[in-house]
Design a protein around this ligand. Structure first.
Ligand code: ADP
Ligand code: MG
Length: 423
């Protein structure tokens, strides 16, 4: 299937080819046609599967088909949970509307509102917003949502996780009752369905690449290691392997900060990204990571979810998540959109049960390796650590290493994804 056959306008096709996309991803193939028909759509697909274009392309097509009156009014509203995501979606909207007469802007909190208000005054067709700043500017009568024709809730699961339900309900009261609604989410939970029932009108429900079907496209490896040797091991892997762009997950914010400091002392440029960091620091870290000036980004699950960091070659679990699904989300950051990726997990004795649960979930035994000098601690307890607890044991004994290596360079190919379901 091609983008042409989806019926998108020439101006959009030109923008798409400029982005270098060849074929629509499964979720795009499924979501674009019903959106173009004007239907309400509830779509779910894993992070990194191209959901943004799944709603942005048909939305821009619809907007440019019926031009607005003499002056520009907000005809499409896209709500996202975080500032980073809002900025990312805005980048996509700008890219795809390059050859269209459509203006867009983004508003989010944590920064001065005046530049945002000035851009709104100049007139926009598409507004991307986080709920807080949107309601704030609306209360100040600095924007009107009375002409919204299409309402998009992006990363809906994360919206709920972050407690935006009330804000979403407030926003719903400000937009016309007659409108098209689109809801995109990485997961389909009971709460998402409930929210969808309240917002969507007779929706078409589409789903692609259920959670666990894509993990076999990623080469995965576990290093069994003593807890107190993890930092040394990760530094060795990154420097000796010449890994250039590495996303590292830690369980806690404190752990992220500590590891970042150690990396920097070892001469590896690194930055931490988590909820306690200021907006400026997070944007700077992300930009540095994307442009290559920061080699290692250390993140917690919450901070990283939904972030678009394309072509990520290495993901490291410095600690395994205690929720197995988070493992799938984490390693989904690598090998996205056709690139190869490697996911590595450093596993100490107390994480043994987490590893078992993950292997059960993905239906796969992950290859294990032990590096000489960084052996696991044979006396350490396999009792799982409670979330938030950081127990350290310090008995170490040498064991023999086994240096098996395997290179699984399976390309993730959109046309080959399995288990697609239509509801
Ligand atoms: P999601 O919202 O599902 O997490 P995004 O919309 O952020 O995913 O897209 C993930 C990455 O895939 C982005 O870098 C995007 O540019 C890229 N992408 C999207 N659609 C395609 C496509 N059809 N072909 C190739 N790359 C794509
Ligand atoms: Mg997204």
């Amino acid at each position: 299937m091609s983008f042409q056959s989806l019926g998108l306008s020439d101006a959009l096709l030109k923008a798409i080819s400029k982005k270098g996309y060849e074929t629509p991803s499964p979720i795009q193939q499924k979501a674009i046609p019903p959106v173009l028909e004007g239907r309400d759509v509830l779509a779910s697909a894993q992070t990194g599967t191209g959901k943004t274009a799944g709603f942005t392309l048909p939305l821009l097509h619809l907007l440019s088909e019926n031009q607005s009156p003499k002056f520009r009014v907000i005809r499409a509203l896209i709500l996202t949970p975080t500032r980073e995501l809002a900025a990312q979606v805005h980048e996509s909207v700008k890219d795809y509307s390059k050859f269209l007469d459509v203006k867009s802007t983004v508003i989010f909190g944590g920064v001065n509102q005046n530049p945002q208000v000035n851009r709104l005054r100049q007139g926009v067709d598409v507004l991307i917003a986080t709920p807080g700043r949107l309601l704030d500017l609306q209360n100040q009568k600095l924007l009107s949502l009375k002409h919204v024709e299409v309402f998009v809730l992006d990363e809906a699961d994360r919206m709920l996780d972050m407690g935006f339900l009330r804000d979403i309900e407030r926003v719903m009261k400000l937009i016309p009752a007659k409108r098209q609604n689109l809801m995109f989410s990485a997961t389909f939970s009971k709460d998402i369905r409930k929210l969808a029932n309240g917002i969507l009108n007779n929706p078409v429900q589409v789903e692609a690449t259920p959670e666990n079907s894509t993990v076999d496209a990623i080469s995965q490896k576990v290093y069994r290691v003593a807890k107190n040797k993890k930092t040394g091991l990760i530094i060795k892997l990154i420097s000796e392997g010449h890994w250039e762009q590495v996303l590292v997950f830690t369980r806690t914010k404190h752990g992220a900060n500590k590891l970042t400091k150690k990396m920097i002392s070892a001469g590896i440029s690194a930055a931490a990204i988590h909820g306690n960091k200021s907006q400026g620091a997070r944007t700077k870290a992300l930009a540095g990571f994307k442009n290559g000036s920061i080699r290692v980004l250390v993140a917690t699950d919450i901070a990283a979810r939904g972030l678009d960091i394309p072509l990520l070659p290495h993901v490291v679990n410095f600690e395994l998540p205690n929720i197995s699904e988070d493992y799938v989300h984490r390693i989904g950051r690598t090998g996205r959109a056709g690139a190869n990726g490697q996911a590595v997990s450093l596993v100490s004795a107390d994480e043994t049960s987490y590893l078992k649960n993950i292997e059960k979930l993905i239906g796969l035994n992950i290859e294990v390796e032990i590096v000489e000098g960084f052996e696991p601690d044979p006396n350490a307890s396999t009792e799982p650590i409670k979330p938030g607890q950081n127990r350290q044991r310090r008995h170490s004994k040498k064991t023999n290493s086994s240096g098996r290596r395997k290179n699984n360079k399976n390309k993730r190919n959109y046309s080959k994804q399995r288990n697609d379901k239509r509801h």
